[in-house]
Design a protein around this ligand. Structure first.
Ligand code: PHE
Length: 450
């Protein structure tokens, strides 16, 4: 532990940084796409239920462990373990988180690269360079590699700068602009023909579908992915919060902001899909499946922007620029996971750790791009749908069963002296001890045997 640890300088800064980590492609690319391919409202309903009852409690687990240990997940889990043997298992869970966070970044950088390329394509269109614009939106191997590398370089650059200079400053400035743009786009899309069909799909649930095991697993993965859970990101951010903060409140704020943005993005993307459909764009196959989930928003949103004439080009630039930035405030929180581990456990200097690990992750991205059909979907499913909830489950067991209850309470009381008397302490310990592990296991059991 030779390195001096950074700290967030204000509550607003922390909430913005943690929300910056949470809000990203998961909200605007992942959630709406999943909702669109899983029955709209049914998915929304299950997602909301799981986000509040499972994801928020797990987020609190990570924040409490992080701030208590003031360390990365590997070290932190070792420290809250009652014996050396259990500590080794804890360290193993932490290391699994380091690996999964790195794998998430390896596909994330590809999608974020698409965001940058689409933003630049609109700049080119504005300048009359239609050939360049067409190449930028072609998803060709060369453009995919180029923009993945560009995105990874930006991530590496910011992470080299450390916590409050890098992470906090960026997040606090740009998040509010993203929210305003989203809301403006939602208002606009509602005025177009076809939007109401999308709205209906998004808001009128088919309850039979809501109970399908496949949908529930997908919604669980989406909620954990969107809140950056399981891999130690929030644990590390928690380790940078100072002791005066009321953790249940800041955790609640982050959850609310994250869920609100995902739900708002749904109000944009589902109506936009049906507007595109209305305008003759093919998005469904004859059997009603989405033609390409991965690139859905890159089909329907440009179609939406095109209805705005020349103004649409400016809106498109703004939207994709903001999305690239939202992706960046998430990717830096992913890269911080292996980097903090390398600095604190292996005494590597920050700059060197960032370069080596960032380079390895870029190589992993390249491997995915070289075997796109086989690997892209596989890595996403493996990391977000399975690994994140199962790692979250492990964190619940460590906190609920192995960590001393009084120590947990003392940690919470630091910034919230009355916590023992309030509703949070009445429900949460029970939740993470029994409810979360049982429900997560039940959801997986259902999806395997159901
Ligand atoms: N929550 C981020 C998003 O929604 C993704 C993420 C996952 C970030 C895991 C960090 C760790 O885009």
């Amino acid at each position: 532990m030779a390195a001096t640890r950074g700290e967030f300088s204000s509550r607003f800064g922390f909430v913005m940084a943690a929300a910056g980590s949470a809000v990203g492609l998961g909200n605007i690319w992942g959630f709406p796409t999943q909702a669109a391919s899983n029955g709209g409202a049914a998915f929304l309903l299950v997602y909301l239920a799981l986000a509040f009852t499972l994801a928020y409690p797990v987020l609190m687990v990570e924040l409490v462990i992080g701030r208590y240990a003031h360390a990365n997940a590997v070290n932190a889990l070792r420290r809250i373990s009652p014996s050396a043997a259990i500590g080794r298992i804890g360290a193993g869970v932490g290391i699994a988180g380091v690996v999964v966070a790195s794998l998430i970044l390896s596909f994330y950088a590809i999608v974020a690269g698409w965001m940058i390329a689409f933003g630049l394509a609109s700049v080119m269109a504005l300048m009359g360079q239609h050939g360049a614009a067409a190449w930028l939106t072609s998803f060709s191997f060369s453009s995919n590699v180029l923009f993945m590398l560009l995105f990874m370089s930006l991530t590496i650059g910011i992470i080299s700068a450390g916590v409050s200079n890098g992470i906090e400053r960026w997040s606090a400035r740009l998040m509010p602009v993203l929210i305003a743009t989203l809301v403006a786009l939602v208002v606009y899309v509602m005025t177009l023909d076809g939007a109401m069909d999308g709205l209906k799909v998004y808001l009128l649930p088919d309850f039979e579908r809501a109970l399908s095991p496949k949908l529930i697993v997908a919604a669980l993965g989406a909620a954990f992915f969107s809140l950056s859970l399981g891999v130690g990101t929030m644990l590390i951010y928690g380790s940078y919060i100072n002791d005066n903060e009321n953790l249940p409140v800041v955790g609640g704020l982050v959850t609310l902001v994250d869920i609100m943005i995902a739900v708002t993005a749904g109000f944009l993307v589902l109506p936009a899909m049906y507007v595109a459909l209305h305008n003759g764009v093919e998005i469904f196959t004859a059997t009603g499946q989405l033609i390409s989930e991965d690139t859905l928003i890159f089909t329907v949103l440009p179609e939406l922007f095109a209805t705005m004439g020349i103004a649409g080009i400016v809106v498109s630039i703004t939207f994709f620029a903001l999305m690239s930035i939202a992706a960046l405030t998430s990717s830096i929180s992913m890269l911080e996971v292996p980097v903090a581990y390398a600095i604190e456990e292996h005494n590597l200097p920050r700059k060197k750790a960032v370069l080596v690990i960032g380079g390895l992750i870029a190589l992993a991205s390249l491997t995915i791009l070289l075997n796109f059909e086989a690997l892209f979907g596989f890595v996403i499913t493996f990391t977000t749908r399975y690994s994140q909830p199962l790692l979250g489950l492990a964190l619940c067991i460590f906190t609920g069963w192995l960590w001393h209850r009084n120590t947990v309470l003392k940690e919470l009381q630091k910034g919230a002296p009355d916590v023992a008397a309030g509703w949070f302490w009445k429900i949460w310990p029970w939740y993470i001890k029994f409810f979360c592990p049982v429900i997560i296991l039940a959801i997986f059991a259902q999806s395997i045997w159901g």
